[in-house]
Write a protein of this length. Structure first.
Length: 118
């Protein structure tokens, strides 16, 4: 089992930056990849950004490319999502997820609310 916990959400203004953090605990030796997802009111959950636990590969949704950056600290079992140039369309609950098998995310955090006011 891997436990996942997000932190760092809150209320910001349009154009601001915010960083989300995600901690992993438990059987972290099994980690393969991690990702950030978000779900806005009335919408389905969508992929935001992802990275491999080992290696430099990252991926981003088109809607956040150039504005968001995912990074990790393996020693601390942490993953971060730096969000810049936020706009009201970024308002959502943001979830961190861990993958131990390629092709799926197995463990999820409870989510953290990010609200961007115009």
């Amino acid at each position: 089992q891997v436990q996942v916990a997000e932190s760092g959400g809150g209320l910001v203004q349009s154009g601001d930056s915010q960083r989300l953090s995600c901690s992993f605990s438990g059987r972290t030796s099994r980690l393969y990849a991690m990702g950030w997802f978000r779900q806005a009111p009335g919408k389905e959950r969508e992929f935001v950004a992802g990275c491999m636990w080992l290696g430099s590969a990252t991926s981003y949704a088109d809607s956040v490319k150039g504005r968001f950056a995912i990074s990790r600290d393996n020693a601390k079992n942490m993953v971060y999502l730096q969000m810049n140039s936020l706009n009201p369309e970024d308002t959502a609950v943001y979830y961190c997820a861990a993958s131990v098998v390629k092709g799926r995310y197995d463990y999820w955090g409870q989510g953290t609310q990010v609200t961007v006011s115009s």
